[in-house]
Write a protein that binds this ligand. Structure first.
Ligand SMILES: O=C(O)CCC(=O)C(=O)O
Length: 432
């Protein structure tokens, strides 16, 4: 059976495209289930202390286990941890620049919980069903049913890191995101989708379905602080997740994430209708990267393709866009909902889930600085910053990367994809 949440998500919802002025009553909103409500949110939201351990029906068994229990269940299995440094650097410590060390979870805990913390370790962005295939106990210890979804650990991604382990600021191309913090604490910086012209976006280094900001929020300097100062109120947010918290991130929100101590979190990406256009844009980036950009550094997640394969991907994604256009008549129209005023939506959510729903505080340059000082993250402001990319802009490699990056800039790729959609995707007659 396809869970209701997935049908709705697959049907997609882009509130901006809905008829303005057709506003739902709060009483209607109160009848809506949590999973339905999520699609309508334009802003991230925190479900504080929402996860229940095994005594409840919606159980997260993983919460019953300490990190040492978890390590015992993994036994001698070696996991690849990326190793970075807890120092201030000018540019981000990119994934492709951090070497990997294989360690058992026990070794990881021994080293990071007693060690000096001069290095951070991150077993990150790992599909649980690939890494824990023969450990159903672990895969079944995750349960998203509280959010109206039948998804479990088989569909989820895991992140295990020590203090300072971080994911550089980026936007995921697909879906919206539910993140569960099960152990330790994690700091999240969030920026609304329209901040991209302030965040110095880059596709270099290249990771499929990830658009990076070139800012270094681990040890931010003046340019990061200045950029934050110029952001519109409400478009930058800050939150620390603690065990049992769940964060919902709507489609397109940028995020920088950092472990404040040894931490474990799990997430699922939920598909949305607009993913088909995003897929087309990704196939175009893929084409550039595997042709003129084939010498650009990339993460191991990327599978190189021939030119013919790249064009096949473009064609497939155009066909998918066409399918979504035509099925819109039969399926999607029924699932369309009127535009929902966000404030009323939030107040209805709070009324219904008052114990858990919490607003996320706005980020100011002042609270970012306070945060960094209090937690001693990256020792950024007063310490010597290390330049790990000497004169990259002036070198031949720097120019090459800049040209490929310009071809892959989201505004360029969006325009190319629009032209292709106009040319190849037939609109419904009433849209023409
Ligand atoms: O936890 C992290 O380090 C990053 C998580 C993330 O990027 C995501 O869930 O989309």
């Amino acid at each position: 059976m396809i869970p209701e949440v997935l049908i709705l998500l697959a049907a997609g919802f882009d509130a901006k495209n809905f008829l303005a002025g057709c506003v739902m009553e709060v009483s209607d909103l109160q009848d809506m289930s949590l999973e339905q409500t999520l699609f309508h949110l334009h802003e991230p939201i925190l479900f504080k202390n929402v996860l229940r351990s095994s005594e409840d029906s919606n159980s997260w068994k993983i919460l019953d286990w300490s990190l040492h229990d978890f390590a015992n269940k993994l036994g001698n299995r070696k996991l690849p941890f990326r190793v970075g440094k807890n120092i201030a650097t000018d540019s981000p410590q990119w994934e492709v620049e951090t070497p990997t060390k294989n360690k058992t979870m026990k070794e990881f805990l021994q080293e990071t919980m007693q060690g000096s913390n001069s290095q951070w370790y991150y077993f990150d962005y790992k599909r649980m069903n690939q890494w824990f295939e023969e450990l159903p106990e672990i895969l079944e210890s995750i349960d998203w049913s509280q959010f109206g979804s039948e998804l479990t650990g088989y569909d989820s991604t895991i992140w295990i890191g020590s203090k300072g382990a971080h994911t550089n600021c980026h936007q995921d191309t697909y879906g919206c995101n539910l993140v569960a913090q099960t152990h330790g604490r994690k700091f999240w910086l969030l920026f609304s989708p329209d901040c991209y012209d302030r965040l110095k976006v880059t596709r270099v280094p290249y990771e499929e379905s990830t658009i990076y900001s070139s800012f270094n929020f681990f040890s931010p300097g003046d340019r990061e602080i200045q950029a934050i100062k110029k952001m519109m109120p409400g478009s930058a947010k800050i939150i620390v997740l603690e065990p049992k918290d769940v964060l919902f991130i709507p489609r397109g929100w940028w995020h920088y994430v950092e472990s404040l101590n040894t931490s474990l979190s799990i997430n699922v990406w939920l598909p949305v209708e607009e993913d088909c256009n995003a897929r087309l844009r990704e196939t175009l980036v893929h084409l550039v990267m595997d042709t003129i950009g084939k010498d650009i550094t990339r993460t191991e997640h990327h599978q190189e393709s021939t030119v013919a394969e790249c064009f096949q991907f473009v064609q497939n994604s155009l066909e998918e866009c066409q399918k979504v256009q035509t099925s819109d008549d039969e399926v999607l129209a029924k699932r369309r909902r009127p535009n929902i005023d966000q404030e009323r939506l939030l107040s209805a959510l709070k009324e219904k889930y008052s114990r858990h729903v919490q607003h996320i505080a706005d980020l100011t340059s002042e609270n970012l600085i306070l945060f960094l000082k209090k937690n001693d993250v990256g020792n950024s402001f007063n310490s010597q910053r290390i330049n790990i990319h000497q004169n990259q802009e002036l070198s031949k490699e720097g120019l090459y990367a800049a040209v490929v990056d310009a071809f892959c800039h989201p505004s360029v790729i969006s325009r190319v994809s629009e032209i292709l959609v106009d040319r190849f995707v037939e609109k419904k007659s009433d849209d023409v």
